[in-house]
Design a protein around this ligand. Structure first.
Ligand SMILES: [Zn+2]
Length: 274
């Protein structure tokens, strides 16, 4: 059965209900992961999939909450029997980031490899594709394209468009209102979108600028509702809630002023059939 599985719907604030951002698109022949937030391998285990079974990891941008568990995916994929390279697609800079991460663990990994005598080393090979202009992948009923979105000063930042047979799914990544995403999401089966809900001012951890700037590089409920309506998407799934705890009915009511289709407040391990 083809499906979307929300593995983590949170943000950088730790939450035992909402793990870090990560979403799985699972078909008979493909296991595509979008982002590698904190706890992704634990959620994969809850879903019943080994890290070794992931074919490709699409990274949206280099904010830590989206990439913090990449190494855990890499090493646990090898432990669970991956015999092909660990494949990542992401923005410029992802190669430097991951090479440095691997270097930081190199002494530990060398000791482990020598001691554990595992049957293969091919699973430790790494294949990283940095998106230059646009990433396009097409194979066995799946098509993926990258969408440049607006998350400055973090740039480039990408969303993704995935076709499973004739069904289109779009994924926002972190972004302000993005015209590119609106265009790519036209008549999509599912739009999975981040949302900035609200943040109460707290002088111990914020300045006035913190509040303004964090809100400024995300999408408000109005932005999300307006985009979903303009693109005429069939279903809107929300994830990456800032903050991870909020009033769900208020959020739904706010978005439904602009978008009259189905609005789903995503939860970790929610599944959607394609
Ligand atoms: Zn971000």
């Amino acid at each position: 059965m083809n499906r979307i599985v929300l593995l983590g719907t949170g943000c950088p604030s730790p939450s035992h209900i909402r793990y870090g951002p990560s979403t799985l698109i699972s078909t008979e022949k493909h296991k595509i992961l979008i982002d590698a937030g904190s706890g992704v391998t634990q959620r994969l285990s809850e879903f019943g999939l080994a890290p070794s079974e992931i074919d490709i990891i699409l990274i949206t941008h280099l904010h830590s909450d989206h990439i913090v568990d990449l190494y855990q995916l890499y090493i646990s994929g090898w432990h669970t029997g991956r015999t092909r390279p660990f494949k990542i697609v992401g923005p410029k800079g992802i190669k430097k980031f991951f090479d440095k991460t691997v270097e930081a663990y190199a002494d530990e990994l060398n000791l482990r490899v020598d001691w554990e005598k595992r049957p293969n080393h091919e699973g430790l090979d790494i294949n990283i594709i940095e998106i230059d202009n646009e990433f396009i992948y097409e194979e066995m009923g799946i098509k993926i394209t990258s969408i440049e979105v607006q998350h400055q000063p973090v740039e480039p930042a990408y969303g993704y468009q995935v076709f499973v047979d004739d069904k289109k799914i779009t994924y926002s990544g972190d972004t302000r209102y993005s015209k590119n995403l609106e265009k790519a999401s036209k008549n999509a089966e599912y739009l999975i979108h981040e949302v900035f809900v609200s943040l109460a001012f707290n002088e111990k951890r914020m300045t006035e600028d913190t509040l303004k700037n964090v809100k400024d590089y995300h999408s408000t409920p109005k932005d999300v509702g307006t985009l979903a309506k303009a693109a005429n998407v069939k279903k809107l799934i929300l994830n990456h809630f800032v903050p991870p705890v909020f009033d769900e009915e208020t959020l739904k009511a706010e978005i439904s002023k602009y978008y009259k289709g189905e609005i789903i407040i995503g939860k970790d391990l929610d599944e959607f059939v394609l």
